[in-house]
Design a protein. Structure first.
Length: 371
């Protein structure tokens, strides 16, 4: 029978992701709108983005946080173009975005000493085989594969190379070993449900040392430049952005940070996301027609929950369209490069009660398309 209870919020997209519970755009502090981002008011709001991010995440002393252009992609590219070159590079990739970084390193930067450490969708590469005398580029969570790195035990505290981590669907949802990560990037529109177009770049002192001691041999676009005269442009990490940001998006991000603080901090946000995954795990355990793309439970993402169905491609499309037509789940199709299936966002902005309400609808839709 068709379920009677629908999710209060059917937005299960993996990016942009659902706004926080109780979100009201009219409640944003809009005092910066129409003002220059270089005014005292504008710079103060941008510096708050940096400072409050560092405080909530509990970053180590000396780590810098900056607002940069072009979402997580821009933040990753800034790191790749500015830092890579002096050492060989290991690239871990097991889904589309990590593979994209490998392509940029090999075909755009044209680095010669690059080792591709590839795994299929649903699996992780052999982490134990990373050479930490090399620089390392990797995603923490495979947004398109539903596979996450379970911990940082495989990364040594003492290492010669830099660790450059794309963590856009992990920050504020998974525990990250900050001392072992030299560069971390993320974007507002993932776990916090913020607006797009802006990226966050976190640098360790080791990354800053590399920036100040190494000049890449290729031309550097203006929006990637983080040094001047061999010194870090500290203003980038104090609210003086490289290009003009949307102050409306800034206000929205500050609202999201305030929500996390009111929840009880990052630990509470992580707990909410893990509770969402637990709902799906319980459902999958009771039904043989649905399974996780990630077979190892320790590696299952609690944000981008990727699932396979015992359906053909046409049936999967029908399944997704049926749930959308009923207004119970929007935008849950698997990523275009990923294996056929569905992807349900389980980040902290999704209420666990909504995830629970969704599960019977999955069973109903499956019965409809396979009848």
């Amino acid at each position: 029978m068709q379920p009677q209870v629908k999710p209060g919020n059917p937005n299960f997209s993996s990016g942009p992701c659902s706004k926080r519970p109780g979100y009201d755009v009219s409640a944003l502090d809009l005092s910066t709108l129409g003002r220059s981002h270089r005014s005292a008011l504008g710079k103060s709001a941008l510096q708050r983005c940096c400072d409050e991010t560092a405080e909530l995440l509990g970053l180590p002393e000396g780590y810098r946080v900056g607002v940069v252009p072009a979402s997580d992609t821009g933040a990753v590219e800034m790191a790749l173009w500015s830092l890579l070159g002096p050492r060989p590079v290991d690239v871990l990739h097991w889904e589309s975005f990590g593979s994209g970084w490998h392509t940029d390193i090999v075909k755009q930067l044209k680095l010669d000493s690059v080792r591709s450490m590839l795994a299929e969708y649903g699996e992780l590469p052999a982490l134990a085989e990373v050479n930490f005398s090399h620089d390392l580029v990797f995603t923490w969570n495979g947004t398109t594969s539903g596979v996450k790195i379970p911990n940082g035990d495989w990364i040594p505290n003492q290492r010669a190379g830099l660790t450059i981590c794309d963590a856009t669907s992990a920050v504020f949802a998974m525990e990250l070993p900050w001392e072992k990560l030299d560069v971390v990037t993320f974007s507002w529109q993932k776990v916090l449900g913020g607006e797009g177009a802006h990226g966050m770049l976190i640098l360790s002192p080791r990354a800053v040392e590399r920036l100040e001691s190494y000049t890449p041999p290729w031309p550097m676009p203006k929006i990637f430049r983080m040094t001047k005269g061999g010194k870090l442009i500290e203003g980038i990490f104090r609210g003086e952005t490289i290009n003009t940001p949307s102050m409306l998006c800034v206000a929205d991000y500050l609202d999201a940070l305030s929500w996390v603080r009111d929840l009880g901090g990052v630990a509470a946000a992580i707990e909410r996301s893990q509770a969402n995954l637990a709902v799906v795990e319980n459902f999958v355990a009771q039904h043989d027609w649905i399974d996780f793309l990630a077979q190892d439970p320790e590696q299952r993402s609690n944000t981008s929950i990727c699932l396979t169905l015992k359906t053909d491609k046409d049936q999967t499309k029908q399944f997704i369209k049926l749930l959308e037509a009923e207004g119970v789940a929007y935008d849950i199709g698997a990523y275009r490069d990923a294996p056929d299936g569905i992807r349900i966002w389980g980040g902290a902005t999704v209420e666990t009660t909504d995830m629970e309400a969704l599960m019977p609808w999955l069973e109903w839709a499956y019965q409809q398309v396979t009848a």
